[in-house]
Ligand binder design. Structure first.
Ligand SMILES: Nc1ncnc2c1ncn2[C@@H]1O[C@H](COP(=O)(O)OP(=O)(O)O)[C@@H](O)[C@H]1O
Ligand SMILES: O=c1ccn([C@@H]2O[C@H](COP(=O)(O)OP(=O)(O)O)[C@@H](O)[C@H]2O)c(=O)[nH]1
Length: 316
């Protein structure tokens, strides 16, 4: 595993540890100290005082004082009075509501301002996710839809590659490593790139219909994007066998110049797709928001299915 990948994992892990340590310390400060110190210190002082007064026996006066008065009544009474007083105050203080116990059970009240709203409402933009294994033909079909229906095509992979190559990008090396390893780049980077690109298209082209290609590839991305950017209308899902995709990718690799169009990276990408991205398709399937396309035929054959299914779905 490369150092960039390790350092991000390390950072995330140390942030987590920090917040766990921090919240543990805060919890201890706020909730444990008042309970532990107050009650235990008073009785133990009380106990120690009593034990000492008997253990030291005759005290300063030595033999003479002791022999004169074997039961030093006045000091004993004073000690008993002090002890009882301490005990009384301890009992009184216990009657006060203890913040240590009360506070965690108090549920914060939710106000309207706390509910997160996506940056773009349903009336402002229309978002269709485009998913499918590597090489299934997502990009190819998106180009057809742009030509015929005026969608804006945003490929998450293209945006990441552009960021990787942007001079001065602090994420360049990290993105490169993730892409070569067929792993999913941390969602904050990809979601921010997509949101920026959407804002850009809206302000410069006045377009609001988006095909978001190759995204979301992981459940956390789907949730973050829909919570913070925009809800998707549905997902176009291109189904294809690994054998077919492999042949297409190896062919594409002859000219694409992509660092992940080689057999080792392709195998890792297939694995990531099965394990990490398919749950996203299943999630939307359960919400009845998936349009399945058989992507194994010719480009034209696939496109005629896309057109038909898309028209039906948009009418519904
Ligand atoms: N239906 C198809 N039949 C044969 N080759 C295809 C088909 N669709 C796309 N291709 C080719 O397969 C490769 C992968 O397609 P692409 O659209 O880049 O896939 P994806 O975006 O899903 O990775 C490209 O070289 C493309 O020209
Ligand atoms: O949301 C995304 C989309 C893509 N990628 C990375 O970009 C690579 C290429 O994705 P792309 O969609 O360009 O190509 P595909 O694998 O579909 O051919 C993936 O393997 C991932 O490493 C990512 O991390 N997050």
């Amino acid at each position: 595993m490369s150092s960039a990948f390790c350092s991000v994992s390390g950072r995330i892990a140390s942030n987590l540890q920090f917040s766990i340590r921090n919240s543990t310390a805060t919890f201890a400060r706020q909730h444990l100290q008042p309970r532990n110190i107050q009650p235990s210190s008073a009785p133990s002082t009380f106990r120690r005082t009593l034990v000492r007064s008997y253990a030291t026996g005759p005290g300063k006066g030595g033999e003479t004082a002791g022999s004169k008065n074997p039961f030093p009544v006045i000091p004993l009474l004073a000690i008993l009075a002090a002890g009882s007083g301490g005990f009384y105050f301890l009992v009184q203080s216990r009657k006060e509501p203890m913040p240590a116990i009360e506070e965690p059970s108090r549920k914060p009240r939710l106000t309207a301002g706390d509910v997160k709203k996506p940056a773009f409402g349903p009336g402002e933009v229309s978002v269709i996710f485009v998913l499918g294994g590597p090489g299934a033909g997502k990009g190819t079909q998106c180009q057809n839809l742009v030509r015929d229906y005026g969608f804006v095509h945003l490929s998450a992979g293209d945006l990441l590659r552009a960021e990787q190559n942007r001079e001065g990008s602090e994420f360049g090396e990290l993105i490169k490593t993730y892409i070569r390893e067929g792993k999913i780049v941390p969602m904050e980077v990809t979601v921010a790139l997509l949101e920026n690109a959407m804002r850009d298209a809206i302000s410069t082209q006045r377009k609001t219909k988006f095909l978001i290609d190759g995204f979301p590839r992981q459940m956390d991305q789907a949730i973050k994007f829909e919570e913070e950017v925009a809800e998707s209308r549905f997902t176009l899902f291109f189904e294809c066998s690994e054998d077919t995709m492999l042949q297409r990718l190896l062919k594409r690799g002859e000219t694409s110049g992509r660092i992940d169009d080689n057999i080792e990276s392709i195998k890792k990408r297939f694995h990531t797709f099965e394990v990490t991205s398919m749950p996203v398709v299943d999630y939307y399937e359960k919400k009845d928001k998936v349009v399945r396309i058989d992507a194994s035929s010719t480009q034209e054959g696939v496109y005629s299915q896309v057109k038909k299914q898309l028209t039906d779905k948009l009418k519904a």
